[in-house]
Write a protein that binds this ligand. Structure first.
Ligand code: CDP
Ligand code: MG
Length: 138
């Protein structure tokens, strides 16, 4: 069993896709283990994406991620990390496969609807960034 952090990003929340995206999670067999709605401060967005701080898109990414509420979830299942990344699709919605969340709900390479952890170490860090052990259903 593996856990990963999922975020429904501000563009997707704003455009009313929370229900559709949670429906895809349920249909995939991944289990919701924690769920919260948050409007990140800019400082929280900066800390969450610290790994990208040297990238040219960092400032804009932090503005975007703190521009409105997000839905943050812990997903659990066998191979949860790669399975959630597969459901999400490629970073750029234009390059994402048909039927993926980013293809169906993303706007552009920045406003791409969803986040997912990319490895066990980042998943552990990202889950702990938003949730305490008491928040996670076992
Ligand atoms: O989210 P993912 O792991 O697919 O991509 P990333 O390379 O870790 O980038 C994190 C986030 O930065 C992306 O999901 C986009 O929102 C944003 N980004 C961007 O604005 N412009 C890029 N060229 C690449 C990423
Ligand atoms: Mg990433």
């Amino acid at each position: 069993m593996e856990r990963t952090l999922a975020i429904i990003k501000p563009d997707a929340v704003r455009r009313g896709f929370v229900g559709d995206i949670i429906k895809r999670i349920d249909a995939s067999g991944l289990k919701l283990r924690a769920l919260r709605l948050m409007h990140l401060t800019r400082a929280q967005a900066e800390a969450f994406y610290e790994v990208h701080k040297e990238r040219p898109f960092y400032k804009s990414l932090c503005d975007y991620m703190s521009s409105g509420p997000v839905v943050i979830a812990v997903l659990e299942g066998e191979r949860a990390i790669p399975r959630w990344r597969e459901l999400m699709g490629a970073t750029d919605p234009k390059k994402a496969d048909a039927g993926t969340l980013r293809k169906d709900f993303g706007i552009d390479v920045e406003q791409n609807a969803v986040h997912g952890s990319d490895a066990p170490e980042t998943a552990a860090r990202e889950v702990a960034f938003f949730f305490s052990s008491l928040d996670i259903v076992s």
